[in-house]
Design a binder for this molecule. Sequence first.
Ligand SMILES: Cc1cc2nc3c(=O)[nH]c(=O)nc-3n(C[C@H](O)[C@H](O)[C@H](O)COP(=O)(O)OP(=O)(O)OC[C@H]3O[C@@H](n4cnc5c(N)ncnc54)[C@H](O)[C@@H]3O)c2cc1C
Length: 412
Amino acid sequence: MRGRIIHTTMAALPAPRTLAPRSDVVVVGAGVLGLGHAVEAVRAGLQVTVVDAEERLLGASVRGFGHACVAGQPAPLRPAALDTRERWLDLGARAGFWVGDAGTLAVARGLDELAVLTQLRDERDGVGITMLDADDTARRLGPGARQVVGGALLTEDVRIEPRHAVPALAAWLAHQPGVRFLWSTHVHSVTDGLVQTSRGDLHADHAVICLGHDLDRLLPDVAAAAGLRRCRQHMLRLAPPDRTRIAPAVITGLSMLRQPALAAQPAADDVRRRIAAERPELVEHDVDLVLAQRPDGDLVVGDTHDLRAGVDPFSSESLDRLLLDETARLLGVPGLHVKERWLGVHAEGDDDVLVHALDARTTVVSATHGVSVGLGLAADVVRRVVAGRALPAVVRPPARLCFFRDNRATRS
Ligand SMILES: Cc1cc2nc3c(=O)[nH]c(=O)nc-3n(C[C@H](O)[C@H](O)[C@H](O)COP(=O)(O)OP(=O)(O)OC[C@H]3O[C@@H](n4cnc5c(N)ncnc54)[C@H](O)[C@@H]3O)c2cc1C
């Protein structure tokens, strides 16, 4: 009845109840990381319950480019990245979603950018990287492309359309034997196989927590110890300019400052210095100019990066304008039509990956480039859990992997 005031007390609320039969594994969070763990647990013949606070997928996993940038991962993460590539291709076929395997076109518009690509090619003995001359690079980018001095095709990279692929993966998983999904179910505590949720308790032999940037809400000490910060990003979906068909993802010199394996090359310092001098606004907003053409032809373009504490809800038009102008300049087109704008938020840590044993039966997993390494990483974690093997203690930077086990979430 409208206007009625409801008085209630804790005693009047229903007592916590057991929400579902016991599972072998409870996965908290249904993004790419959580689904990756669920897939592997199902493959191992385990009963799995996946719990997510939202009614549908809304996290980082559906807000990005869906670009599994295998070539961009540092050496310690290369096995997980290569494994992730194979798993995307396999799961796309099983669950019926598109996986583009045309790689990534890395466009160099300065000789220093070309040097970064050449250095990575040499470091990898040419594996997965084919250098391209200026004409070939420009031709692949489109008829208007200008200022291109060369480029490379990163052949190991794959791409999904995340807004379709990740829900399709969840829907496929939900039909596998032994799998149960609980949506709209907020987890507020996980200890020793007991998962307490807004709708009752769950019991499992093991729980895996994959909350992305929301880890700082459930386990603030763990997030703080791992240096996890919320990164806020501007993203755009554009109508494609005439005749634009670009099968690979496209990355630029700005990506050479962000993708770990590229940013680690000696020439990346020259790129950083030059861009900072010529275009300080791009460095100030940590712009990474990336393009991904969806199967329907639209271009997904991004992104800016803002790591200041507290995700600002106010979106400056000037940042979208910066992305639009840079995209128009790259493609050599006069103007672009925006179809959608959105904010991405994802977790960036001191290290690219976090695997933390909260207790003997609870593992926390997070990744900065989860689409690129998440499925392989999840497979590794589940293999260790199934085998009853301890997670490795600590691998410190420069490995840029952070495996640590300490209930107080401090790095010893
Ligand atoms: C704009 C943008 C571009 C990106 N581009 C790329 C890229 O090109 N390549 C790449 O590799 N990576 C990219 N990333 C990063 C990548 O998307 C993330 O690393 C990855 O999706 C993280 O997956 P996740 O499952 O850990 O987190 P999420 O996808 O955020 O999933 C976490 C889930 O946990 C749920 N949850 C939160 N709190 C609770 C709770 N208390 N109880 C229950 N459920 C809860 C949320 O509802 C959510 O569904 C990008 C990210 C963004 C935002």
